[in-house]
Design a protein around this ligand. Structure first.
Ligand code: 6PG
Length: 471
């Protein structure tokens, strides 16, 4: 009997959805996929021949195939496509069925969907999935949020398909409502900042030191063997080695210097602003993608403000070493900012996030996986309510050990007039955060001067106002 025997239905068989489906089938789960495009149905049917996969081109048919209570996962672009799929599914579902949105949805949309679907008696899980095509196929990091009992239903499936670190699956229940999508959004914010930090190391070595693609490949590869070890560093090394089949040249040098985005980095910055948590390194990473898009203006401005990059005066080998150390400090400071947003969101939105668990499931499968995440996990295990990672002894000693080189890299960038905004903001964040005194008393005074906003004093409680113009 074909009907009502499939464990899960998948909607959205783009690369990610298709790979997730194949991953589930590899682990012995009978899965059914829905695709509108008949050519894709055919392709999937062929690919599925050896597995327990059924491909159909009709939503009703898909639902009829699923074991009750049903579970349907969608991997479609964020925004209206998610609501459109929900609209298509609803007439065919019944109370107790489960919809899983495994795309990069905005957490406030997820909250609305949870509310609407709960009214229909349908459970909804907002699940972040990271790891790109390869991860979806062979083991992503999975960040589920929603009703705990709904998670328990699909837990064996998610644990089976997730990446494993020492046999431990990179998936865990994170919290209610939009907790999973919020964590995934911040994951991507961190991703943006790490990518921009790496882009700045590239710029400093390429334009600053005049290094070749081969040399760059080797530097990133060496870094990846050390404490900097992580997926983004590994792929960066590979990127510099990649030859374009069309031209025979390095592909990296053929690419436009323009980086687009799907919005998750921007959402991280917007959410942090709303929560009033400073994450300047992530903000600048978003801003630098925006800046990259103004390529025509940059060209014009480059002509007006022409300035040859002064030759690097120091020892190149030593500078590359310092750059690696600065990158390590920058990475810690970036994770600290991301985790601080998660801590604030957890309080404000009642997610009850366990940050040690978040760090644990980010150690494998996802784009920001790095050796450092084990230190971060341990820091939160020792102090679950740590207000900021920079206060953890495990990490503060590492930042202190690399602080001098971070400073050296920032001043070298300034001397060479090369932009390094993420390194600069990482350093400024660190300098501000460890500053027991900040000049905010002047801001208080100015606000009170022009707007009578009142001020607070060091030694007396209460708020005060002064007529600053009275002599
Ligand atoms: C991941 C990635 C993935 C995707 C991002 C890229 O964790 O697997 O983050 O979600 O590649 O959407 O985001 P931008 O298109 O905004 O760079």
């Amino acid at each position: 009997m074909e009907t009502e025997r499939y464990e899960i239905g998948m909607i959205g068989l783009g690369v990610m959805g298709r790979n997730m489906l194949l991953n589930m089938a590899d682990h012995g789960f009978p899965v059914a996929g829905y695709v509108k495009d008949p050519s894709k149905v055919e392709a999937l049917r062929k690919e599925a021949a050896a597995n327990d996969i059924k491909a159909v081109a009709n939503v009703q048919e898909l639902i009829g195939l699923l074991r009750r209570p049903r579970a349907v996962m969608m991997l479609v672009p964020a925004g209206p496509p998610v609501d459109s799929v929900i609209g298509d599914l609803l007439p065919h579902l019944e109370k107790g069925d489960l919809i899983i949105d495994a795309g990069n949805s905005y957490f406030k949309d997820t909250n609305l969907r949870v509310r609407n679907l709960t009214e229909h008696g349908i459970q909804f899980l907002g699940v972040g999935v990271s790891g790109g095509e390869e991860g979806a196929r062979h083991g992503p990091s999975i960040m589920p949020g929603g009703p705990k009992e709904a998670y328990e239903r699909v837990r064996p499936l998610l644990e089976a398909v997730a990446a494993k670190v020492n046999g431990d699956p990179c998936v865990a229940y994170l919290g209610p409502g939009s907790a999973g999508h919020f964590v995934k959004t911040v994951h991507n914010g961190i991703e943006y900042a790490l990518m921009q930090l790496l882009a700045e190391t590239y710029d400093l070595m390429k334009r600053g030191l005049g290094m070749s693609d081969d040399q760059l490949r080797d530097v990133y590869d060496t870094w990846n063997q050390r404490e900097l070890n992580g997926y983004l560093i590994e792929i960066t090394s590979r990127i510099f080695g990649k030859v374009d089949e069309r031209t025979g040249k390095r592909l990296i040098d053929e690419l436009l210097d323009v980086a687009k985005q799907n919005g998750t980095g921007m959402w991280t910055s917007q959410s942090a602003m709303e929560l009033q948590v400073p994450i300047p390194t992530i903000d600048l990473a978003v801003a630098m993608r925006d800046m990259s898009v103004f390529e025509k203006q940059r060209e014009t401005a480059g002509e007006i403000f022409q300035r040859p990059i002064p030759p690097f005066g120091g020892d190149r080998g030593i500078f590359v070493e310092q750059l690696g150390h600065a990158l390590y400090a920058g990475m810690i400071i970036t994770y600290a900012q991301g985790m601080a947003v998660l801590a604030a969101a957890s309080d404000k939105y009642d997610y009850c996030l366990d940050l040690a668990t978040v760090a644990r499931i980010w150690r494998g499968g996802c784009i920001i996986r790095a050796a450092l995440l084990e230190d971060i996990r341990q820091a939160y295990c020792h102090q679950p309510n740590l207000p900021n990672l920079l206060l953890a002894p495990e990490l503060s000693t590492k930042v202190l050990a690399n602080e001098k080189d971070l400073r050296r890299v920032v001043s070298a960038a300034i001397e060479m007039s090369l932009p390094a905004p993420c390194f600069m903001t990482a350093l400024s964040y660190f300098d501000s955060y460890r500053s027991a005194w900040l000049p905010a008393n002047l801001i208080q005074a100015q606000r009170d001067y022009f707007g009578a906003h009142s001020y607070e004093c060091i030694d007396v409680k209460g708020t005060f106002h002064t007529d600053w113009t009275k002599s």
